[in-house]
Design a binder for this molecule. Structure first.
Ligand code: NG6
Ligand code: CA
Length: 501
């Protein structure tokens, strides 16, 4: 009798445990590259349609004031994964393809905390957070890397599509490397005898406009030098298919356990070379075609969730790593074929800028049963909060001292807090600050427009914008609001000096 009741208790315990495990949601973060506020059709009328992304909004919540941390890639990604503002790490700037890993493997990260609580974790796609300890030997095992910061699986574009090395890295190894044709990468001294993009300019598939004139791979010249690894070099046209297949495989393999998948697209970063299925589909040239391709990839991921019975228990987030850019180094008709498409929507400037267009990006969440369909939220939301918020939702144990700038934004993420963050730092070279409707840009220069750029010189005291009246940041009201300006200057300094993220 006694042993029977023990057996029953054990069964009940096991059932409860498995129910709890099953209830833990999966997280799919779709992190696009250089996609602006106006590049997704549910944000405003685009010249092309993004139906799969729009469907996430129809089934979920679309934020109108959500931000990545910085107006460039590396710092935004660093913050998303570490919950620490990137300005606290001096190395978190646009990295060369030969840069060492900038996340300390001892640091608690979003994937590591989830992994320690039983999640399967993966990053598929663009990395750009450095690899190894400097002077990486690409012919051996490359580490430390994603594995050391908490990703159980990785399949990477190591830096960017426009930087060498132009090969994929899977679980620390270059995919398809022929040991007889070893890879060497250099960001200083020129290596190899192949002609560069400057020398063989008339042979290029896509001409460069600034920079991007070193090693030629797949008919496109890149930043940085690279020799060897000929069979392993990627084909840009296939990149979206390759990484999407890897992500879909990961979903299928991990359907029995909770997972965190960081799917990080190369699109719509330069060079914009979509597969021929998408060429001409947007009517705005390669930049828009790359966006149509991204939308297709999103559709494939959604299908994979549905096919594996995971759609109902997966939180899907769609966002971008910085604002939009047009000519970012290649002559790809981004300006010429733009028509009346508006990559930054109502905002000013984009990538590289302290104006809102630098960091205010599409941010959409779908989480069936938890987030009501077809909503919009005007809450001020920062990707810096994803680390703590996701770990809290997962019920993971967050170590003391982890995620220094990351707040639990769970209520805002599900649409229950219409206000959101009290303040948010915006990094673009220097820092700017949001507080409610106010935007403070300290003295100095910042980029304007979308490439080609102009420079705006912000005068000594700094500029202050009231976004409720002036979303396009056209009229500084610093003189009329001297107290507010002074208060925000002090607050920004305080955040800079202490962990008051
Ligand atoms: C810039 C590159 C630009 C892009 C950017 C990084 C030049 C002239 N420009 O230095 O093309 O690669 O770095 O973009 O080289 S990001 O989205 O990864 O931050
Ligand atoms: Ca980017």
């Amino acid at each position: 009798m006694k042993s029977n009741s023990i057996t029953i208790s054990l069964i009940l315990l096991a059932l409860t445990a498995s129910t709890v495990v099953a209830a833990r949601p999966n997280f799919l973060v779709i992190y696009t590259d250089d996609v602006g506020y106006g590049d997704v059709s549910c944000y405003q009328g685009c010249n092309f349609k993004t139906p799969n992304i729009d469907r996430i909004a129809t089934e979920g919540l679309r934020f109108t004031d959500a931000h990545c941390t910085a107006a460039t890639c590396t710092p935004s990604r660093y913050t998303l994964l570490t919950g620490s503002y990137a300005f606290r790490n001096k190395r978190a700037k646009i990295l060369r393809g030969s840069a060492a890993l900038i996340i300390d493997p001892k640091m608690a990260t979003l994937p590591k905390v989830l992994q320690q609580s039983g999640y399967a974790t993966a990053v598929v796609g663009k990395w750009h957070l450095g690899l190894g300890e400097g002077n990486v030997n690409w012919n051996g095992e490359v580490k430390p890397g994603p594995r050391e910061v908490g990703f159980g699986y990785h399949f990477l574009i190591p830096a960017t599509g426009d930087r060498t090395p132009c090969v994929y890295l899977e679980q620390g190894r270059v995919v398809g490397l022929d040991p007889k044709d070893p890879i060497e990468v250099s960001y200083g001294k020129r290596i190899g005898s192949a002609q560069s993009g400057s020398e063989a300019r008339d042979t290029l598939k896509m001409d460069w406009s600034h920079g991007h004139n070193s090693t030629i791979v797949n008919g496109i010249s890149r930043i940085g030098w690279m020799t060897g690894g000929r069979k392993a070099r990627w084909v840009d046209e296939d990149m979206a298919d390759v990484i999407t297949r890897k992500a879909v495989e990961f979903i299928g393999k991990n359907k029995e356990k909770p997972f965190f998948l960081f799917y990080s697209t190369h699109d719509i970063h330069v060079p914009r070379v979509p597969h021929r299925r998408f060429v001409g589909k947007s009517g705005t040239g390669p930049r828009g075609d790359a966006m149509v391709q991204t939308d297709w990839c999103v559709g494939e991921l959604m299908k994979a969730l549905e096919a594996n019975g995971l759609a109902d228990n997966t939180m899907v987030i769609f966002s971008s790593d910085n604002g939009p850019v047009l000519d970012d180094g290649y002559k790809d008709d981004a300006n010429e074929k733009l028509g009346d498409h508006d990559p930054n929507g109502p905002l000013r400037a984009g990538k590289y800028s302290k104006f809102e267009g630098g960091t205010r990006v599409p941010f959409i969440i779908k989480w069936p049963g938890k987030v009501k369909p077809a909503g919009t939220s005007a809450a001020l939301f920062g990707q810096v909060d994803l680390a703590r918020t996701i770990c809290m939702i997962a019920g993971a144990q967050i170590p003391d001292g982890a995620f220094v700038d990351s707040r639990d934004a769970g209520r805002s993420l599900v649409g229950k807090d219409p206000v959101g963050r009290p303040h948010l730092v915006h990094e673009a070279g220097g820092l700017a600050l949001r507080q409610g409707k106010w935007k403070f840009i300290p003295a100095g220069g910042t980029r304007d427009r979308l490439g080609p750029w102009g420079t705006v010189k912000v005068p000594g005291g700094g500029n202050l914008y009231d976004l409720s009246q002036d979303l396009g940041e056209r009229r500084s009201v610093a003189a009329q609001n001297a107290d507010k300006l002074a208060e925000m200057k002090v607050l920004l300094q305080k955040i800079r000096e202490s962990h008051d993220g």
